[in-house]
Design a protein around this ligand. Sequence first.
Ligand SMILES: [Fe+2]
Ligand SMILES: [Fe+2]
Length: 305
Amino acid sequence: MASLLELTSQGDVATITDESQLSKVVLMTPQQLYELWERQPWQSSAIDFTQDREDWAAMPEADKDDIVWFLSSFFIGEERVATQFNGLVGAYESQSEEHFLTTQQVDEARHAQHFNNFYAKVLGYDGSFEDRLERARRDLNEPFKILFDDVLVDANRRLLEDPTDLEAKVDFVTTYHMVIEGTLALTGQDTLTRILERDGILPGFLEGFRRISTDEHRHVAYGTWFLQQKARDPALRRRIQSTLAELIPIAAGVLTPVGVEVGEPYELLGVASDEVHGFAFRALTRRLKVIGVSLAPAEGDALRA
Ligand SMILES: [Fe+2]
Ligand SMILES: [Fe+2]
């Protein structure tokens, strides 16, 4: 056991920089992840946005547009992952897994609440929660809608129809935990957090966003654990690979701002596209190494491009 690396803080393998350690990692179990959730509570409604309102008023219009594009993907993304999660909760295979999954659904609702508060109190989007979601939807690109409105909704529906369908569960966790959370959300969080820290702005938003990031690492840790268990079966391992092959080009499109062709270089708020896509590629491949699934070179290139 001495050569094994035990994860106890975040549950996620993101903090392991020495790649040779990845094959020795002992992942946290759903019971340990549930207990970690109990130690990491926070309140979205307690966040103070006073300074954020001043920062927003002083920001150049072009920067506002870029930040709103980023934020809208998150706002709608959190709404989607909160409402399209009940299939997985019903597909639990142990009490500990069921309890962890219920905490994740509460987390996703809290994340959507944080964005709703920011859009209402700082961006000044009037009306109801639904009105703000509808307005934020106008900022989204086509690959986002394919992934969140078609692929994710379909994966959840299949699990609701038959919670004992293990292939449907593997497809769902590959889509949700590996691609949406582990590749897209954590990449967007890293990028936007670095931008806001660099500029020293939007402290209230950032406070909630950091808490969201901690929650997301815990969620991705569950997905890594689950897929590692299931990937021992060669048929399920191939299934994970083929789902990834299908979704990675779409994920690359989600990361690409409106008006830019996928694969074309771009810069957003001073951050270059190869930094963003490189982070996403490393985030995914590191976890796949732990799970025991390899990515075909073409897929890696699609994400890195
Ligand atoms: Fe979330
Ligand atoms: Fe999440």
